[in-house]
Design a protein around this ligand. Structure first.
Ligand SMILES: [Zn+2]
Ligand SMILES: [Zn+2]
Length: 367
């Protein structure tokens, strides 16, 4: 045990000393980079900009190149901070933040205001402090910069071959924070058996947020056979999506979060459900009052975010009576219909969940 501690202490010392050497080399590299951009060698070599030349030939990202050049160009205005790096009081990362701040505020920049903060805070936190500093120096320029960032909000949506929606985009810090604030509470772990990782929980949270607990006004066309989940039935058709499974259709039809068009086998329209809840009015109020929130063990998603699940589906003759209904949030409702989980309602109203049975292929026949 003691050996491990000793080894750790030695490694810690080496890590710190190595980083200092790296930081000193980065200082030198920055000085060289700033001088290099003044030459026209890069042009002669056929690069579009000196930054591009450095990026490609030194195998760096464009942000890293900008940091290096920015530090190199600002070095003469940051003598105390450069010295602080050499004396290991701050890291090169602090200096990069400082140089960027100097770029942003121009003449008003004063390193003596920021150096004590760099000594006190980690580079990440220091970056934050520098933003406050920028605001204090020139609030108008800061506001303008934020406004420009907001003008560049964008989300690209594309549909993959498998029908999945691919999202890619960028939001300004304020807009991004609003989205995060909305997603965070929905992305917390919910109830028992929740082993999703955070990115998956964010994905589910976004889908949940998009419906906002309201029935989505999406049209689904299916046959009775599909709705009943009979063998051999085709999938259901849904707007903006590839065909969906009967299990998914059953969930959507369970408390009607879709406009549905039911066809007979001869494709004659036999029923058009409107986009409103199956369970509504006094029945819905009574259900919300009785259950209060999702009844999956350990889940507390409020009633307004839940569907009313029919324990016996209405297509199989299940009623809207309270004893056939239970509130489930979207995720848990999906786990029941599509995920094969079973709900068992005990005499005292308590809900027990049974995990789907997993079968690992068919038993092997004798050779
Ligand atoms: Zn249901
Ligand atoms: Zn739930």
């Amino acid at each position: 045990m003691l050996q491990m501690v000793d080894r750790g202490a030695l490694l810690a010392q080496q890590l710190i000393e190595n980083q200092r050497q790296v930081d000193l080399l980065l200082l030198e590299q920055s000085r060289l980079a700033a001088e290099f951009v003044q030459t026209d060698f890069w042009d002669w070599e056929g690069s579009a900009t000196p930054y591009d030349w450095i990026r490609i030939n030194c195998h760096l990202t464009s942000n890293t190149v900008s940091d290096r050049v920015s530090v190199g160009e600002r070095m003469s205005e940051l003598p105390q901070s450069v010295q602080a790096v050499q004396e290991r009081q701050i890291g090169f990362a602090h200096l990069a933040v400082m140089a960027r701040t100097a770029d942003a505020v121009g003449k008003a920049f004063d390193e003596t205001k920021l150096l004590p903060l760099a000594r006190e805070y980690s580079p990440g936190k220091f970056h934050y402090k520098c933003l406050h500093y920028r605001h204090s120096v020139d609030a108008q320029a800061y506001a303008q910069e934020q406004e420009e960032q907001a003008q560049h909000n964008r989300i690209d949506l594309s549909t993959g071959e498998d029908g999945c929606l691919l999202l890619n985009g960028v939001l300004d810090p304020v807009g991004g924070a609003a989205v995060r604030t909305a997603l965070e509470p929905l992305a917390r772990k919910s109830g028992e058996h929740d082993d999703r990782l955070l990115p998956q929980r964010y994905g589910d949270a976004l889908v949940e947020l998009a419906s906002g607990g309201r029935p989505a006004n999406i049209q689904v066309t299916a046959t009775i056979e599909t709705l009943k989940g009979l063998a051999g039935a085709a999938g259901a058709e849904m707007e903006f999506s590839l065909p969906i499974s009967s299990a998914s259709l059953q969930r959507r039809a369970c408390d009607c979060s879709v406009t549905r068009v039911l066809l007979s086998q001869e494709s004659v329209v036999i029923d058009i459900g409107r986009s409103r809840r199956m369970i509504r009015g006094p029945a819905r109020k009574a259900l919300n009052a009785r259950d209060g929130h999702c009844r999956w063990p350990g889940c507390e998603r409020p009633a307004s975010w839940c569907d009313g699940h029919h324990i016996v589906h209405w297509i199989e003759g299940g009623t809207n009576e309270p004893n056939n209904l239970v509130l489930l949030c979207r995720r848990h409702h999906r786990m029941v219909h599509e995920g094969g989980w079973q709900l068992v309602k005990c005499d005292d109203g308590q809900i027990i969940t049974l995990a789907p049975t997993i079968t690992f292929g068919l038993p092997r026949a004798p050779d």
